[in-house]
Design a protein around this ligand. Structure first.
Ligand SMILES: Nc1ncnc2c1ncn2[C@@H]1O[C@H](COP(=O)(O)OP(=O)(O)OP(=O)(O)O)[C@@H](O)[C@H]1O
Ligand SMILES: [Mg+2]
Length: 275
């Protein structure tokens, strides 16, 4: 449950002949409960990849298959968390989290049990009746993650989910995500501009070329971690100066830098929190 497969995916926006080619020949197999991070220059097609898996966009050619079913539209097996929390400002935390369950047609009692469980899991109980504007950015993102989690999707699609947070809150949220992954493993496709975040959180890291985005490298972080005896469950500050972590981080940085400097039209805005 929760496997994702990209098979020869190409994506153009506009007419195929003189449209914008955004993705080129993406092939990728993600196993169930695997955590895959995508990094790449701004505009290379990361969000487009994620939107195709979510079913919000169709590939121009090729297919995306989730759980052996070809993706043709959104579905309850996949949930998306964006950089900007996209909460309904006029609904409380509880109501925001409950909405997807309502849409699924679950009875009131079941909804309230599920919401209570996820409020507890995310440490949001004391904020259940607050409105989004009354919460900090970190808390709002917690609600957005809770809202995705409560639906028990097999696949969690996260597009720079921590991009709008300050550095300290970001680390707290990363640790929170690791904790959730332990309690409740899911397949995660995670886009980030933070190289550290990718190497710390992911089992594998996909490095994309500049547009049209192709897969430039696929790094197996898990095997390096295991060989060097650190894990996502270690504190990030304990991992940051491990030799293998530093090596991986430098490798990813260099690879991304090549994409910025090669050829014309390269996009220099990598590392900024824009979506
Ligand atoms: N609906 C659309 N119509 C036309 N062009 C689009 C559409 N969506 C995205 N694009 C273009 O496709 C390219 C890839 O966009 P995408 O959002 O996937 O990039 P990204 O890698 O997520 O970038 P960033 O890191 O800045 O978020 C960009 O040039 C963008 O302008
Ligand atoms: Mg994007």
């Amino acid at each position: 449950m929760g496997s994702i497969r990209f098979d020869q995916v190409n994506k153009f926006f506009g007419p195929k002949k003189d449209g914008l080619k955004v993705l080129e020949n993406i092939n990728l197999d993600i196993a169930e409960k695997e955590f895959v991070a995508i990094v790449g220059p701004s505009g290379c097609g990361k969000t487009t990849c994620l939107r195709i898996v979510a079913g919000f966009e169709q590939p121009t050619t090729g297919t995306v298959v989730v759980n052996n079913r070809r993706v043709t539209g959104p579905g309850p097996d996949r949930a998306v968390v964006f950089q900007h929390f996209a909460l309904f400002p006029w609904k409380t935390v509880r109501q925001n989290i409950e909405l997807g369950l309502r849409n699924k047609g679950l009875p009131r009692e079941e909804r309230s049990d599920l919401v209570a469980g996820v409020l507890n899991l995310m440490g949001l109980e004391s904020h259940a009746d607050a409105f989004p504007h009354q919460l900090s950015g970190g808390m709002q993102q917690r609600v957005a993650i809770a809202r995705a989690y409560v639906l028990k999707p097999e696949v969690l699609l996260m597009d720079e989910p921590f991009g709008a947070l300050d550095a300290q809150t970001r680390v707290v949220m990363q640790e929170e995500l690791v904790r959730l992954a332990r309690v409740n493993p899911r397949t995660v496709l995670f886009i980030t501009h933070s190289v550290e975040e990718a190497v710390y959180l992911a089992d594998r890291v996909v490095i994309m070329t500049r547009r049209p985005g192709r897969i430039k490298e696929l790094l197996d972080i898990r095997s390096v971690r295991e060989a060097d005896n650190w894990s996502r469950f270690s504190k990030i500050e304990d991992v940051m100066d491990q030799e293998s972590f530093v090596h991986l981080r430098t490798h990813v940085w260099k690879s991304l830098r090549e994409e910025k400097h090669e050829g014309r039209g390269a996009d220099l805005s990598i590392g900024q929190n824009k979506n």
